[in-house]
Design a protein around this ligand. Structure first.
Ligand code: GLN
Length: 455
């Protein structure tokens, strides 16, 4: 049924870069046969799951929505995909995204834009726009996204679903094609926090093939959903975030209304501040492109990726460098090139102290802000994105406007903490608006529990 739903929605929404109809039907039949034979099945037995196209799954292309990798079929599963299969989930395909996860609208994909199921003239957000739209359109109940600066939470907000960025290191990144290695995390996207908890239980945990993986026990996230009583939980409201220029008044109102709901559930409200929050976006847009410029150097037509053919040899560069240059200029789109240039500049000799090293210092200040805030509150409440879903084409020619979409989300990545986006309400036009909760390192259980209580 999921395959039929995906195929029906694909011409309108374009949520998928690859539909794995044959292997999904085989996997589903195998689960059915084992069920009929009375075997004990995994917790996601037969559940269709969609996977963002930045994660590797054997036998399916992993393109990062880039011309550079349009023909890449990885010979192995990412750890999270391996864990999904071990839980007897059925991988139905790969979802569309901004090229190499760089963007906030899924408009930079080589395979065309994804459309928001709530209003097809609008973006589903990004970069995990396909993963969010696939759930919002009802084609799959669960999907996996990745979040480097907001790419799970912002599309979840735009598409009226729930999405969580776990603590840095909580979920293995083995088999995730790296964008910015100190920020990237894989996380669950679903209708509800309860469904996110189920998916999180499957994918979380230590894994030696990812050197940044945390060797800490995984709590029982489903058990965290048992109580909807939030008495004793201190929720810190980021009041100054609600006063920033450019915050849509209806988004602001949805956050304010949510405070009343949390009070009704027994939570104590305190006001907290993150004094360096205005430096989040500039810090992120130095660190993320710097790491990207290094991570993407492997895509040169020889080691990985599209190779220019024929190569026009520039006598000054010689045949090898000419091949690199032409492969990269044909393989990458404009936003990816922009990031590589920014990152290479920020890391270059003579500028690194002024940009990259300075950004690392500000990152520590931002982390310090969160440490102070979590001394006063167990969870922080604020907006996810400054606006509801905007129209396709609105920001694509103005990178700075696009980057400002990340105002409220990059902090969690810079600090390495978990954060969840959950539906908070609607604007007058009927578009969904998310609210965001952030928690201290490894406190996903509390995030899921508070989000579940709210829902
Ligand atoms: N919008 C941010 C960016 O373009 C976040 C992307 C992400 O989280 N992958 O970098």
């Amino acid at each position: 049924r999921a395959i039929a739903a995906i195929e029906a929605s694909q011409p309108t929404h374009n949520s998928f870069t690859h539909v794995a109809a044959e292997s999904a039907l085989q996997a589903a039949a195998a689960v059915d046969a084992r069920r009929a034979a009375g075997e004990t099945l995994g917790p996601l037995a037969g559940v269709p799951v969609a996977v963002k196209d930045v994660l590797c799954a054997t036998g399916m292309p992993a393109t990062c929505s880039s011309n550079m990798l349009r023909n890449f079929v990885p010979p192995y599963d990412a750890t999270v995909v391996e864990k999904l299969r071990a839980a007897d989930a059925v991988i139905v395909g790969k979802t569309n995204m901004d090229e190499f996860a760089m963007g906030a609208s899924t408009e930079t994909s080589f395979f065309g834009v994804t459309r928001n199921p709530w209003d097809t003239q609008r973006t589903p957000g990004g970069s995990s726009g396909g993963a969010a739209a696939a759930v919002a359109a009802g084609t799959v109940p669960l999907s996996l996204g990745t979040d480097t600066g907001g790419s799970i939470r912002q599309p979840a907000s735009f598409c009226g679903i729930t999405g969580m960025k776990p603590t840095y290191g909580r979920v293995s990144r083995y088999g995730l094609i790296a964008f910015a290695s100190s920020l990237d995390q894989v996380g669950p996207m679903a209708w509800s926090a309860a469904d996110c908890a189920l998916l999180m239980q499957t994918i979380a945990g230590f894994e030696p093939r990812d050197s940044t993986s945390l060797d800490r026990p995984v709590p029982d996230y489903m058990q965290a959903l048992d109580s909807t009583d939030l008495s004793g939980v201190r929720i810190g409201v980021l009041r100054d975030a609600l006063d920033v220029d450019g915050l849509d008044p209806e988004v602001r109102q949805v956050v304010l209304d949510s405070i009343d709901v949390f009070v009704g559930l027994g939570a104590t409200i305190v006001d907290v501040e993150l004094p360096h929050k205005e430096y989040g976006v500039p810090t992120y847009y130095v660190i993320a492109p710097s790491e990207a410029s290094s991570n993407l150097s492997r895509f040169d037509g020889a080691h990985y990726g599209h190779r220019a053919d024929p190569v026009k040899v520039d006598p000054e560069l010689g045949p090898l460098v000419s091949m690199y240059c032409q492969s990269r200029s044909q393989g990458f789109g404009a936003e990816v090139k922009r990031r590589i240039m920014i990152g290479t500049y920020a890391l270059s000799e003579g500028y690194a102290d002024e940009y990259y090293n300075k950004a690392l210092k500000v990152r520590r200040l931002i982390k310090g802000d969160y440490d102070n805030a979590f001394a006063q509150a167990d969870l922080l409440l604020g907006p996810v994105a400054p606006t509801p879903a905007f129209e396709l084409g609105d920001k694509i020619d103005d990178p700075v406007q696009m980057y400002l979409c990340d105002l409220f989300t990059v902090g969690a990545n810079l600090a390495g903490i978990p954060a969840i986006s959950l539906p908070g309400g609607f604007n007058a036009g009927g578009l969904p608006i998310g609210i965001q909760l952030q928690a201290p390192v490894l406190d996903e259980a509390r995030l899921l529990s508070a989000a579940h209580a709210f829902q």
